[in-house]
Design a protein around this ligand. Structure first.
Ligand SMILES: *Cc1c(COP(=O)(O)O)cnc(C)c1O
Length: 215
């Protein structure tokens, strides 16, 4: 599906939810996509992208960031502490903050480097054992610890369980964010981004619907 079609679906979802135009931003998820598809999207004027792995992003984005103005790159996948320094250098936002050890590592590096990407705490709303993210009952403490170390936590992120109604998870994430005074909600992917916008998503992360199936 062309990017313009996804963009107009985002705009329609904003309108039908009574939201302001532009209040839900579209992250084009370029992980594991052929370079020519990503370049076509850059040439079409899109500037906000998401990647899942530090290594993969580091192999292709520095060149594109140098050749296109105002590219904004977000890390969506899990972050190992030993990649945190590289991630701080490359990404404008990280959506996968999920544990105290990573909070402390990012805080130390942010002090040292003098900058820090905007941070989203990933919440495991379905409490699935194989999935990353802090459990809902441990979230408030993690927000508190992050704030005490001056980390720029701006919002929450979730990936609902595949077999469940995503709207319930999006609503829970919105409630948890409100309770913690966090404005940004990163939720919704190719199959459910309109549902996420209806529940208040400020960032939707759409990959295959824009670029086609990944290998
Ligand atoms: C891959 C991925 C997406 C995009 O998934 P699509 O179904 O291709 O839209 C969004 N968020 C995260 C965290 C991902 O890993």
């Amino acid at each position: 599906m062309p990017l313009t079609e996804i963009t107009s679906r985002v705009r329609s979802a904003e309108i039908s939810s009574g939201r302001k135009t532009g209040s839900a931003r579209l992250i084009a998820v370029s992980k594991m996509q052929p370079n020519e598809r990503v370049i076509a999207t850059l040439d079409a004027g899109h500037r906000l992208f998401g990647e899942n792995r530090v290594q993969e992003a580091a192999g292709k984005w520095p060149e594109w960031i140098a050749s296109y103005d105002d590219v904004e790159l977000h890390l969506l996948g899990p972050l190992q502490t030993n990649k945190a320094r590289q991630a701080i250098g490359l990404f404008d936002a990280i959506h996968s903050l999920d544990r105290p050890k990573l909070v402390r590592t990012l805080a130390r590096l942010a002090q040292e480097v003098g900058t820090c990407p905007s941070l989203f705490i990933q919440v495991n709303t379905g409490e699935e054992s194989q999935k990353a993210g802090v459990h809902p009952d441990a979230l408030d403490a993690l927000v508190k610890e992050s704030r005490s170390l001056d980390l720029p936590v701006v919002g929450l992120m979730c990936i609902p369980p595949a077999a469940e109604e995503p709207a319930l998870h999006f609503a829970l994430l919105a409630k948890l964010a409100a309770r913690n005074g966090l404005a940004e909600l990163s939720m919704g992917m190719s199959a459910d981004f309109e549902t996420a916008i209806a529940q208040g998503a400020t960032y939707v992360r759409v990959g295959s619907a824009i670029f086609g199936a990944r290998d």
